[in-house]
Design a protein around this ligand. Structure first.
Ligand SMILES: Cc1cc2nc3c(=O)[nH]c(=O)nc-3n(C[C@H](O)[C@H](O)[C@H](O)COP(=O)(O)O)c2cc1C
Length: 211
């Protein structure tokens, strides 16, 4: 399927078929693609929390303003921002890059100092916003990857982050739920799949600057 066709095929699925399961190999494929997302400095300040647990999924409906997608989906992927990005974390990242690229230790020292300067100057609120922006990059990738693999998904901001953090034990892992993505297969009677995809025309969306 061509990428644009895949993006036309996808829609924010409101009703999943609870009887259909995404194969674990496909979940892994989705996560591998999503893990290749671009992030600022390559720091990947988030984790993917993958839930396949019916009682927990049922419980999360109440923390999602009653949205049943989290219960009926095959898996629920929560993209959670890291709250522990500091000089140590950046140092570990640089060590990994130098090692993977067979660089002499210390080659990336200037880059590391720049990153540490930028990140450690952030207030906790700025850090939260910055990490959340990175998580949304992963959201875009996972939605596109789902479309290419013909997996249905619903991006969800409609949830109570503090309740998810509590239910999933995220605070103890220095994580905060930013965005929720149930994945699975659309129910035959999900009427939303028949809605025409509506987007503003390109000429309204694009500002061209050329000679
Ligand atoms: C960041 C984000 C948060 C969203 N939150 C919800 C949500 O909580 N529940 C829901 O049913 N749809 C949610 N949506 C789906 C949007 O309403 C949907 O993507 C938009 O109307 C465009 O429709 P389409 O994705 O079907 O093309 C969200 C989408 C995005 C990108």
């Amino acid at each position: 399927m061509k990428f644009t066709d895949a993006m036309r095929w996808r829609y924010a699925t409101k009703k999943f078929d609870p009887g259909k399961t995404v194969h674990e190999d496909t979940v892994t494929q989705l996560l591998e693609a999503t893990n290749l997302s671009a992030t600022s400095y390559g720091l990947q300040p988030f984790k993917f929390v993958v839930i396949r647990n019916q009682p927990l999924q049922d419980q999360l409906v109440a923390s999602s303003y009653g949205q049943r997608q989290v219960a009926d989906a095959s898996h629920v992927i929560v993209i959670a921002a890291r709250t522990d990005v500091d000089a140590d974390y950046i140092g570990q990242y640089i060590d990994m890059v130098e090692s993977e690229r067979d660089l002499e230790p210390g080659t990336m020292e200037d880059y590391k100092s720049t990153m540490i300067g930028v990140v450690t100057r952030m207030s906790p609120e700025e850090m939260q916003q910055w990490s959340a922006k990175q998580a949304y990059l992963a959201l875009g990738t996972i939605l596109a990857a789902c479309a290419m693999l013909k997996i249905d998904a619903c991006p969800m901001e409609g949830f109570v982050s503090s309740e998810y953090n509590e239910a999933l034990g995220l605070a103890g892992q220095n994580l905060e739920a930013v965005i929720v993505v149930p994945i699975g297969f659309r129910a035959e009677d999900d009427i939303n799949q028949n809605n025409k995809k509506v987007r503003r025309p390109l000429e309204e969306m694009v500002v061209r600057i050329a000679d």
